[in-house]
Ligand binder design. Structure first.
Ligand code: C2E
Ligand code: MG
Ligand code: MG
Length: 741
């Protein structure tokens, strides 16, 4: 600036020095005339004016130049700051003030560090120190500066300088680099995204492969080198026709992208499904420069989708449709029947005694049985019909389009039901066991939407219970009475669950006597004192308790009561030798730890084991003969006595009976009541007595109601009796009172 002004001064210097001129005027000899002098003065005046004008022009030029400089300085694209060596702001341009969002007047005298993010404060101080240490060297730094409530990325170029008055200062240019930082970040993200799980392929506008990521090479099996320069045609699987690809490109050309599932081929020839998204990349003029394809291998997802579908709609054990699929199909069947006006039928099938198979032979055998049942059911129906498994041993068969006539439809459903029963009655080979099973089937007919799906299923279920109640291995159609019976049964079941807890079970004792009238002991019989119904007899609730498993706690309770009673009787001479017979149901007996339960009870009450007599029915024995033999032997070793209850009603083979350590055989009351009425039964009674003799067993007859029956039995060698003639089943107090008589 100073050199510039010198130059300017030089240019503006008047041609004659005014001082010199003045001297010249005063020293001029007087010989010159006034006119001459006046003229010269005028000339000087003009000259002066010219010089003045020239000076003014120079000043204007200078000012313009200064303003230009100021504009350039103030509005430069970068911020300028001058700081003291301590970092205090002395001077800034407007750009700098705008960048940090503070008015210039508020920046002056402020410490520059107050504008710096606390995170970068240390780096700034370090730089400051460095600048001062190595004087004169330029340095730069990127840091975050405050702007309002946020920060922006800035680049500082710092130069230590000395001012005209020899003061050392720092000159700083400040550049906002947020945008380039942002772009850098985007690039980093893009690079990371490119190496993502998804396979990415970039082609040019001519569909030539330019870049692929690692995931892409993994999916396709090709290396990057093998792919670059190729076209995606090498992935074609031949699974899609040219129309498919034409449509795909048409979509990309119209909308800029396409996505969908496509079958491609890997390098090893394997064809696999993938999800593909193709996006066209365009330049600012809208011309396609690249295509980016992102590929996700969905072969595993496809496979699991299939698996999920299978799991969601099919029973894994039998591969039959499950309940959900049945409901779907039933819904459709109702719609079809609405149009065709033809009845369909639902057959609700439950295997009889399936639980005992599971309990005795184990769940594996149960599973094999269910699979074989499933197969037989499939063989019994037409192709369009549905056989489904509901869970457990329950199956529902849906027969469609049977007939427009309700009777005819019923007959057809019955025929198929009977065919099913016949088929399921055939022996099953369960591994090395030959097994027999029977079903109970409930049937309900359906047409259009007059009944809800759930109602239909409920009806078939109710009918199935009707079949069970009718003795099993049979079928029943739904009717209203049946529904009422089922409702009542459900109520009974609900109450039964609380009966034990509410102490509603009562023990009754029925005398057993010797032919001379001497009391041998008693059979303990259960009564349920229902708060509303009064006394409920065992045949109304024992089968139910058996079915829902409640028989187990009830049986344990009975056993404990019997042992406790025997203990009390031990202390009286009159009762010391009495035997107590307890009925044991199949489910109870076949519990794995049944013998342990008995042993624990005997120990708990420390009673003589032979006072306790367990009554088993024939059917219980042969459910699982090996288990029965083992358990009875163990119990026999403990000293417990056994009686075969209801003898004659089952199908015991003598060979089997001989293997079992029975002490007593009890002739069923049905034979007793027919003594003298039905000759065949009279004969059976005689045979049974003879048989017991041969097997070395005691014999007792139950249900004796008449003297005639008693006399007949005694005559034929049965010397122990139980029945109303001798004494009804009665509560303990009454029973004991009788003993005292
Ligand atoms: P059960 O073991 O054969 O018992 C004999 C049944 O015949 C008893 O019926 C008894 O009251 C009845 N009875 C006895 N004498 C006569 C008679 O002269 N005429 C007639 N008509 N009946 C007579 P209850 O008490 O109703 O028991 C029926 C069945 O319930 C029993 O048959 C037994 O199988 C079962 N039961 C009873 N209590 C229990 C128990 O605590 N546990 C188990 N598991 N079953 C039990
Ligand atoms: Mg009995
Ligand atoms: Mg009996």
């Amino acid at each position: 600036m100073s050199s510039k002004s010198t130059k300017l001064n030089h240019q503006l210097k008047p041609r004659t020095d005014p001082q010199e001129r003045r001297t010249r005027i005063t020293k001029e000899p007087p010989s010159r005339s006034i006119e001459e002098l006046l003229h010269e003065l005028q000339v000087h005046q003009i000259e002066l004016k010219m010089q003045n004008e020239e000076l003014q022009r120079a000043r204007d030029d200078l000012e313009a130049s200064h303003n230009r400089y100021l504009d350039l300085y103030e509005f430069a694209p970068v911020g300028y700051l001058t700081l003291t060596v301590e970092g205090e702001i002395i001077e800034t341009n407007l750009t700098a003030a705008a960048l940090v969002g503070v008015e210039r007047c508020n920046l002056i005298n402020r410490h520059f560090s107050s504008l710096i993010s606390p995170k970068d404060g240390d780096r700034w101080h370090l730089l400051l120190k460095k600048l001062l240490d190595c004087e004169g060297e330029q340095n730069n730094l990127e840091l975050r500066l405050k702007r309002g409530d946020s920060y922006f990325h800035a680049r500082l170029d710092c130069l230590p300088a000395i001012t005209g008055d020899h003061t050392p200062v720092l000159r700083i240019t400040l550049t906002d680099i947020s945008e380039s930082k942002h772009a850098e970040e985007e690039l980093r993200i893009a690079a990371a995204a490119f190496e993502a799980q998804e396979g990415i392929m970039i082609t040019n506008a001519d569909n030539m492969i330019l870049r692929v990521n690692r995931a892409f090479t993994e999916i396709t099996g090709y290396s990057t080198e093998e792919l670059i320069g190729q076209t995606p045609r090498i992935f074609k699987s031949g699974q899609h026709d040219s129309a498919f690809y034409a449509e795909m490109w048409d979509c990309i050309n119209r909308t800029g992208s396409w996505q969908g599932e496509i079958w491609d081929q890997r390098k090893n020839g394997e064809i696999y499904p993938k999800r593909l998204t193709i996006t066209a990349v365009k330049d600012s003029d809208g011309n396609v420069t690249h295509y980016v394809g992102s590929h996700t291998d969905i072969s595993t997802r496809k496979a699991s989708e299939e698996e999920i579908k299978q799991l969601a709609y099919y029973d894994p054990l039998t591969a039959l449709p499950n309940r959900r699929l049945l409901l779907d199909r039933l819904q459709q069947a109702l719609a079809t029947s609405t149009r065709s006006r033809k009845y369909g039928a639902l057959l609700f099938l439950d295997l009889d005694n399936f639980k005992s198979l599971n309990d005795h032979l184990g769940h594996d055998m149960g599973d094999i049985l269910l699979q074989q049942v499933a197969q037989r059911l499939m063989d019994c129906v037409r192709e369009g019909d549905t056989v489904s498994r509901q869970g457990g041993d329950e199956f529902v068969i849906m027969l469609e389009e049977l007939s427009e006539n309700i009777e005819e439809a019923a007959v057809k459903a019955k025929t198929i039901g009977e065919k099913i029963i016949a088929s399921l009655n055939q022996a099953y080979q369960l591994s090395k066991h030959e097994y027999r099973s029977t079903p109970s089937i409930g049937i309900t007919l359906f047409i259009d939407h007059r009944h809800e799906i759930n109602t239909l299923l409920k009806r078939a279920d109710i009918a199935m219970y009707g079949a069970k109640a009718a003795g099993r291995n049979t079928l029943r159609f739904f009717d209203q009475d049946m529904q009422e019976a089922v409702t009542a049964r459900a109520a009974l079941e609900a109450d039964l669950r609380f009966a034990l807890m509410k102490n509603q079970f009562k023990l009754y004792f029925q005398r057993q006597v010797h032919h001379n009238g001497q009391i041998i002991g008693a059979e303990m019989l259960l009564r349920w004192k229902h708060p509303k119904r009064g006394i409920v007899l065992p045949h109304e609730f024992i089968p139910l308790a058996e079915e829902i498993g409640l028989i187990i706690p009830i049986g344990q309770w009975m056993l404990e009561a019997a042992c406790a009673q025997l203990k009390r009787w031990e202390s009286h001479a009159q009762t010391r030798d009495l035997q107590l017979a307890v009925n044991v149901s199949a489910r109870q007996f076949h519990q794995p730890d049944f013998t342990e339960q008995v042993r624990a009870m005997l120990n708990k009450f420390a009673i003589k084991a032979d006072r306790l007599k367990l009554e088993f029915t024939e059917s219980l024995l042969f459910d699982d003969i090996d288990d029965t033999i083992a358990k009875m032997k163990t119990l026999k070793e403990l000293g417990v006595s056994f009686s075969i209850d209801d003898f004659g009603t089952g199908y015991s083979s003598l060979a089997c009976l001989a293997q079992l350590p029975f002490d007593q055989l009890k002739i069923d009351q049905s034979f007793v009541s027919n003594i003298g009425i039905k000759p065949a039964d009279t004969l059976i009674v005689q045979t049974i007595i003879g048989m017991a003799d041969n097997l070395g067993m005691d014999i007792i007859a139950e249900g004796i109601e008449t003297e005639e029956q008693r006399a007949f039995l005694e005559l034929h060698g049965c010397h122990a009796f139980q029945g109303n003639l001798i004494g009804m089943a009665m509560p303990l107090a009454e029973f004991e009172r009788f003993l005292g008589d």
